[in-house]
Design a binder for this molecule. Structure first.
Ligand code: AGP
Length: 605
């Protein structure tokens, strides 16, 4: 998703801006650009290649300045061309970078055309540039404040004007923006990472805030125009690019980091104590009668898995909703429900909006399961469980998913205990199983060579079906998402019992059918579903447990998981599916860590 960096300093800030863009690269982008302010007007350089290419351009042109803004763009309105890349200009006087989507851009464009403004890009951003320009009367801060009142939709912006050569103005609503306080310079950025080191401390802007960043300091006003104090927090020095080590891609590295990530996520002691979720958690947990989980993508599948645990272990009614649907649906709010949001980044626009929607409906008990302690989501909820996956660079989520599952399982057992459904003996058994997970995962990772052999077959396919039942249906969904996301093979997942209600029509010799087949209560049913596939000539690729009696034979390929893992089995069974997608994508030669059209952190609707 788009990333913003802006700086005002006493020295050349272009290297700081470029370094900021480099650190935002992980979010996904398709073009980038940088502008500096000169007395003749803003000057810019833009590229549809990587930030490294922009850096070469900048170096060759000796492009330097003390005030500037920079951007990585993930195209929404208009193709990823140089002409649509930010910074976007208005009449060679003003430059803007923007993250978000302006919903009323068409009507604004017509009004501005009426005032003689010409549009040279297909972006919605250009209307903001011209709007601010049309309102400018010598005070950029005032013009931006007036302009944002006319915008509908989501935005974080950075703006410079030729007549104010030592000023960057920022504003946010719906998309994140931080201001950074440094020595000899001040900054704005989409996230703290981009300016860590240059900025010693950062402040998170709140919804509707507008800021003015100059050499002297930072001025912030809230939506109503009142001066606003935003806490300045120390920002940790940038720890450097994450090293790839012996791995080919970050995704592979992150798959192999899962034993460590899970072990870091399991609390050292009193794992099922409500205090893990916050000081008031025990009281909140006692007062709730149900759970509503809101999330997107892979995090949504973690929620679907958690539903099984919450209902079977804690006996608490649980609903799981796709955040982008929930936010626009007329629903029946339950003030006694605990709203649980799940997110790797904590910045996903749809999940944040769904959370705010639930809060606006009177659902005040909220909990975030999140990997980023400083994210908007963690700041918005009263309770939280932080996963310790570490930075996840690959767009395809892997270690974030399995650590979310760990957090959600801990939530289920904690609630179960509190509600009198988990005995001391069961608690002990759950804790032992959790603590043994890293070792069990190492056993699963050792299956990689067998999975590589399968991936050679998969790389030649254009379609695949994934089947699972019960607790493992969400794992089948996640396996299908991983495969389509990075290998571009069309993949669908079904609860195996649904096969004969439609998808069986797709099954031919050309259709590989991946089956997640743990040795659980539904195994015999699943075996019948597998027979239905074989009878139609479908080729089965089965991930079975060590003690599952399914043998390899013609048309049935079996990989055995090292051990059967009961309720926590989804955390093990998803790993071979991650590896299958990864190696299939490698064989097909796709850009595994940055799959086409996708972004790591989806900060627009
Ligand atoms: C996962 O592989 C995806 N790239 C995507 O579905 C992701 O899980 C989704 O966008 C939600 O992101 P979040 O966890 O940061 O909220």
């Amino acid at each position: 998703m788009c990333g913003i960096v802006g700086a005002v300093a006493q020295r050349n800030i272009v290297p700081v801006l470029i370094e900021g863009l480099r650190r935002l690269e992980y979010r996904g982008y398709d073009s980038c650009g940088v502008a500096i302010v000169t007395a003749a007007g803003p000057q810019r350089m833009r590229s549809v290649a990587r930030v490294a290419e922009l850096e070469d351009q900048v170096r060759e042109a000796r492009f330097e300045g003390v005030t500037g803004i920079a951007h990585t763009r993930w195209a929404t309105h208009g193709a990823p061309t140089v002409n649509n890349a930010h910074p976007i200009f208005s009449r060679d006087a003003l430059a803007i970078v923007h993250n978000g989507i302006i919903e009323n851009y068409e009507s604004l464009r017509e009004t501005l055309r009426g005032k003689g403004y010409e549009f040279v890009s297909q972006t919605d951003t250009e209307v903001i540039a011209h709007l601010i320009h049309s309102l400018y009367q010598g005070d950029l801060f005032a013009a931006v404040r007036e302009a944002v009142q006319q915008l509908a939709g989501a935005y974080a912006i950075g703006v410079v004007h030729k007549d104010q050569p030592h000023t960057v103005v920022g504003a946010r609503a719906g998309s994140p923006l931080v201001v950074g306080h440094g020595e000899g310079g001040n900054f704005i950025a989409s996230d703290a990472l981009a300016i860590a080191g240059s900025a010693k401390s950062i402040s998170y802007l709140e919804e509707g805030d507008v800021c003015e960043v100059t050499l002297e300091g930072v001025r912030i006003v809230d939506r109503a125009g009142n001066p606003a104090e935003r806490v300045a927090r120390d920002v940790q020095a940038y720890s450097g690019a994450v090293e790839l080590g012996p791995y080919r891609h970050y995704m592979q590295k992150e798959i192999f980091e899962q034993p460590r990530a899970i072990s870091d996520t399991i609390p050292a002691d009193a794992a099922f104590d409500p205090v893990q979720f916050g000081d008031t958690a025990a009281e909140v947990f006692r007062g709730i009668d149900s759970i509503l989980i809101l999330a997107c993508g892979t995090s949504y599948y973690a929620g679907l898995t958690a539903k099984y645990w919450l209902e079977s272990v804690a006996k608490i009614r649980t609903e799981v909703e796709i955040a982008s649907e929930y936010r626009y649906r007329e629903s029946v709010p339950n003030p006694r429900a605990l709203v649980v949001t799940i997110s790797q980044s904590g910045e996903t626009a749809d999940t944040l909006a769904a959370l705010k929607h639930a809060q606006s409906l009177g659902m005040e008990q909220t909990l975030a399961v999140c990997n980023v302690a400083t994210s908007a989501m963690v700041r918005l909820t009263s309770l939280r469980f932080l996963t310790h996956a570490g930075r996840e660079i690959g767009v395809a989520s892997t270690k974030a998913f399995t650590t979310q599952l760990v957090g959600l399982f801990i939530l289920a057992v904690t609630l179960g205990k509190l509600r009198g459904h988990v005995s001391a003996q069961q608690e002990d058994a759950y804790l032992k199983a959790l603590r043994h997970l890293p070792a069990a995962l190492n056993g699963v990772l050792a299956l990689e060579p067998q999975i590589i052999a399968w991936s050679q077959e998969f790389a030649r396919k254009e379609n695949a079906l994934f089947l699972g039942r019960g607790l493992h249906y969400p794992i089948a969904l996640e396996g299908a998402l991983k495969l389509k996301e990075i290998s571009y093979i069309h993949a669908e997942a079904y609860p195996a019992g649904e096969l004969k209600h439609g998808p069986l029509a797709l099954v031919t010799e050309a259709m590989p059918v991946v089956t997640v087949a743990p040795n659980d209560a539904l195994l015999e049913k699943l075996k019948s579903n597998m027979q239905e596939v074989r009878a139609r000539g479908g080729e089965l690729y089965v991930f079975a447990d060590a003690d599952t009696h399914i043998a390899s034979e013609e048309g049935i390929h079996v990989i055995r998981m090292p051990e059967h893992y009961g309720l926590l089995s989804p955390i093990l069974h998803v790993v071979p599916l991650q590896l299958l997608a990864y190696h299939t994508a490698c064989t097909r030669g796709t850009d595994v860590d940055k799959p086409r059209n996708l972004a790591k952190s989806v900060t627009v609707e």
